[in-house]
Design a protein around this ligand. Structure first.
Ligand code: GDP
Ligand code: IMO
Ligand code: MG
Length: 435
């Protein structure tokens, strides 16, 4: 059976971790495709609440092989910390593997991320400060050091020396910082490398072997399509491609091996960090969404900006990513609203616009045109079938389906693993065949 991609359709935190864990129940493998420890993916299982950053969200399923793919940037210290925390909670890691091609986030990357954000001042991106941008920049500049390099102490020292030579010059001349010490960094990395050695291998071959054997492989993206470096709200984006195409590249899956692209969208919108967010709410409705949805960053704890569902952006994301079906999460957060709004167009001066402009400053000038729908004013938490949802909730789902041009196959009605409503047969087993 071919691959399923699980990707975020908005600005991240849509519930990808929960959906990946759910689909992993019927899959043999989960491959994380992009991003790094900027991600925070929550899985609430019988064992408790897990906030995963680098480790794939299939990890709580012992029979599911979990791979950190070549497209991920790995902070080795952060990964070892996450591994230890899972082991301490009784989660085994015998099924975890790390791509030898994945680039490393080195100690100077978070430092440069901080310094660059400081330098930008009010025009800051609001990054997670995890060194993601600087690490991907070095990858593209062909200065990067990869997981495979951790395994050879001598060549690691030589490549680290070359990288540090440039970084130290930048740190001192541009930012007035003291130089970082090669010996200390090398020793730390050698130790971390020894710890990670058993897990590092050419994972793209494992992925292809699984697909050749007809197994169901789930590719887990981090972030969301609106944070994509090409099609997101540049420059207020991340530095990778959290898209269906990026998922293929990062996991080592060919486009024609993908049968399903599950777009995960919240029933409303959120965004962390700066950048345009046309449907943002600054009133009591926004606060209600934040409190009911516990909208505080999984990685940084920052309060998330909240707003109504943006169907203009969602429709564009559906088209550009070939989204076959949608998981609409956090529907229960809207349970107390008498009226729910959906953005159907942007108004720019006297014209209505139905696509995302290239420039963030142009999007920031646009105001949302809303459709208003009746709320259902009752709890959806106990629903486990489509017919168990209130009529107005089903009508909201049907409205969104037509507004964004994709079927909604799953609804989320609470944070726990079981709080999912399949709107179509087999939507959660992962074998959904879309028309
Ligand atoms: P991710 O980054 O896409 O994996 O999402 P996060 O884990 O950062 O944020 C999603 C948050 O919503 C987490 O706290 C989840 O536990 C929670 N969540 C996921 N689905 C639902 C849902 O359907 N209802 C509610 N109330 N919470 C949900
Ligand atoms: P998950 O996988 C939400 C945002 C940051 C910032 C921008 C750039 O949990 O959905 P970066 O550190 O990547 O250079 O920051 O992207 N961002 C996220 N927002 N969820 C995430 O991940 C995010 N990862 C990065 O807030 O605006
Ligand atoms: Mg998150």
């Amino acid at each position: 059976m071919p691959a399923t991609i699980v990707m975020g359709g908005q600005w991240g935190d849509e519930g990808k971790g929960k959906l990946t864990d759910a689909l992993a129940g019927g899959a043999v493998m989960v491959v994380r495709a992009n991003g790094g420890a900027n991600a925070g993916h929550t899985v609430e299982s019988e064992q408790g609440v897990f906030k995963l950053h680098l480790i794939p969200s299939g990890i709580l399923r012992p029979d599911c092989t979990c791979i950190i793919g070549a497209g991920v940037v790995i902070d080795p210290a952060s990964l070892v910390g996450e591994m230890d925390a899972l082991l301490a909670r009784g989660v085994g890691l015998d099924h975890l593997w790390i791509s030898d091609r994945a680039h490393l986030v080195l100690p100077f990357h978070p430092l440069l991320d901080h310094l660059e954000e400081e330098r930008r001042g009010d025009a800051g991106i609001g990054t997670t400060l995890r060194g993601i941008g600087p690490a991907y920049a070095d990858k593209a500049a062909r200065l990067g050091i990869r997981a495979a390099d951790l395994l050879d102490e001598v060549s690691l020292r030589s490549s680290l020396g070359k990288a540090l030579d440039i970084k130290n010059r930048i740190l001192s001349s541009v930012y007035g910082q003291v130089a970082l010490d090669l010996d200390t960094m090398h020793k730390e990395l050698v130790d971390l490398g020894e710890r990670l050695r058993p897990y590092i291998r050419p994972t793209e071959l494992m992925v292809q072997d699984a697909l050749d054997a007809g197994a169901h492989v789930v590719v887990e993206c981090a972030q969301g399509a609106m944070l994509d470096i090409d099609y997101g709200t540049y420059p207020f984006v991340t530095s990778s491609s959290p898209t269906a195409a990026g998922a293929c590249q990062g996991a080592g899956v060919a486009p024609n091996q993908v049968s399903r692209v599950l777009g995960v969208f919240k029933a409303y919108g959120t965004r962390v960090g700066t950048g345009p967010f046309p449907t943002e709410l600054f009133d009591a409705a926004g606060d209600t969404i934040r409190e009911r949805g516990r909208e505080y960053g999984t990685t940084t704890g920052r309060p998330r900006r909240t707003g109504w569902f943006d169907a203009v952006a969602a429709r564009q994301v559906v088209r550009l990513n070939g989204i076959t079906d949608v998981a609409l999460t956090l529907l229960d957060v809207l349970d107390t609203f008498a009226e729910i709004k959906v953005c159907t167009a942007y108004r720019h001066q006297d014209t209505e616009v139905r696509h995302l402009p290239a420039r963030a400053e142009d999007l920031a000038q646009m105001s949302p045109v809303y459709a208003s729908l009746p709320g259902w004013m009752e709890s959806t938490r106990l629903a486990r079938t489509a017919t168990g949802l209130p009529d107005a909730a089903r009508a909201y789902i049907a409205y969104l389906e037509s507004a964004i041009g994709a079927p909604i196959s799953i609804a989320g009605v609470g944070p726990s693993r079981d709080e999912l409503v399949p709107m179509r047969d087999d939507a959660i087993a992962g074998m959904l065949v879309t028309a």
